[in-house]
Write a protein that binds this ligand. Structure first.
Ligand code: S3P
Length: 426
């Protein structure tokens, strides 16, 4: 697609789309709970639809009516052997977390996804799940398709995570429900805690002590009504857009404000961003706010350490903000970005360089020297949704016509992205 940028403002009030991480978890937990789960504000992105399809393929009755989803829970052991391979599309969250559930079941399953998924590292789940007694194998010991065969001896463990990954933590937490006893996960840095919050809400005995999560498998999950807060990772594109595009003023309603997810707000405020939050409230253990953002001249900052997991998916759009800021932004400890849907460090460095930004990739991040003008250029998205949306925002800022090679990936996480963008531009 072509974007004519250079003289664009964003103005108006929008609703944040449902959170992707929470939507996935609500399907998975709802499916293996006793009784009915009703989800409101569900994200109808391809990734979450693939999660729904995996559970439908295992015999769960799931009805989708716009953003309301009703699941007839089958209990921990009620899933049925699928007749074919389970398919997750582009969704790393689905394949990693569902593997925890599949490892506890009494039938063989095979699970795979698209080309990008087949290159995503899975040793990070294979290792802890195997320690719990699971029989799970990948191609070359590492890559999807994953083949999971039943095991008689699933047991609780204490696991020291090497990388701060919520997908890995959640995979272990789901398998812990199939054990007898107490599983403990010790995190190097606390990653997003939606599984902890949701399992507690569904009645599971989950405790948190500093960076540890402890699950006692005595209590089984019971179906609930759940409202999915808006996704900070999706509205991040419009927050940064409103900051860097002239004369902008955007209000975003119903944004999830979980402390493990809002590192981007801390960083943008540190950069001087005019961002205000209102109407703090809570739904099913998750905090929620409305956010107001106005155009601001940003300045460069350092981003590293414990904040990284709190903004891991927002680094591409933070790089766009940094590219338009005064001074230097240094991002460190972000090597995980190399193994996301694409190598996001390389993708952002190549694309922003082509727009005339002084930017350099480092071993675990990037250094960005902000500029006052972005040049329109040709952009490669590597079929990565977050690269595509980040570079569209950069394209709106750049003078001239920016050509983006492929925007099809956007529907994995934000199917209404263009609808909302058009509302804000007009
Ligand atoms: C997610 C966790 C993050 C994030 C991904 C969604 C989740 O991955 O990048 O988009 O829903 O648990 P890791 O925590 O595994 O790095």
């Amino acid at each position: 697609m072509n974007i004519k940028g250079g003289n664009i403002s964003l103005n108006g009030e929008i609703d944040a789309p449902g959170d992707k991480s929470i939507s996935h978890r609500a399907i998975m937990l709802g499916a293996i709970s006793e009784g009915k789960t009703v989800i409101y504000n569900f994200l109808l992105g391809d990734d979450c639809i693939n999660t729904i399809n995996c559970f439908k393929d295992m015999g769960v009755n799931i009805e989708v009516d716009n953003t309301k989803v009703v699941i007839e829970g089958v209990g921990l052991n009620g899933l049925k052997k699928p007749v074919k391979e389970l398919y997750v599309g582009n969704s790393g969250t689905t394949i990693r977390i569902i593997s925890g559930i599949l490892s506890g079941l009494d039938f063989k399953s095979t699970i795979t996804g698209d080309k990008s998924i087949q290159k995503r590292p899975m040793k990070r789940i294979i290792e802890p799940l195997s320690q719990m007694g699971a029989n799970i194998k990948g191609k070359n010991g590492e890559y999807p398709p994953l083949i999971i065969t039943p095991s008689e001896k699933i047991q609780p463990i204490t696991y020291y995570q090497k990388i701060a990954s919520a997908q890995v933590k959640s995979s272990i937490m789901f398998l812990s429900l199939y054990t007898k006893g107490e599983t403990r996960i010790v995190q190097p840095i606390k990653s997003r805690d939606h599984t902890e919050k949701m399992m507690k809400y569904f009645g599971v005995n989950v405790k948190e002590e500093e960076n540890s999560v402890i699950i006692d498998s005595k209590e089984k999950p019971i179906g609930k009504e759940i409202f999915v807060p808006g996704d900070i990772s999706s509205i991040a594109f419009f927050m940064v857009g409103a900051l860097i595009l002239k004369d902008s003023h955007v209000i975003i309603r119903n944004v999830g404000f979980n402390v493990t997810r809002i590192g981007i707000i801390d960083v943008l405020k540190d950069m001087g961003g005019n961002i205000k939050t209102y109407n703090f409230r809570e739904v099913n253990n998750e905090p929620l706010v409305d956010i107001e953002v106005k155009t601001t001249k940003l300045k460069g900052v350092d981003i590293e350490g414990d904040i990284i997991p709190r903004l891991i998916d927002e680094i591409p759009i933070i790089a766009v903000a940094a590219a338009c800021a005064e001074g230097i932004t240094v991002i460190k400890n972000a090597e995980e970005l190399k193994v996301k849907e694409s190598n996001r460090l390389k993708a952002m460095v190549d694309n922003l360089s082509s727009m005339g930004v002084d930017i350099m990739e480092t071993k675990d991040g990037m250094i960005i020297n902000g500029t006052t003008e972005l040049k329109a250029s040709k952009i490669e998205t590597y079929t990565d949704h977050r690269i595509a949306m980040s570079m569209i925002i950069a394209g709106l800022k750049a003078e001239g016509v920016t050509e983006i090679d492929d925007i099809s990936s956007i529907k994995t996480s934000y199917p209404d992205f263009f609808k909302t963008l058009n509302e804000l531009i007009n």
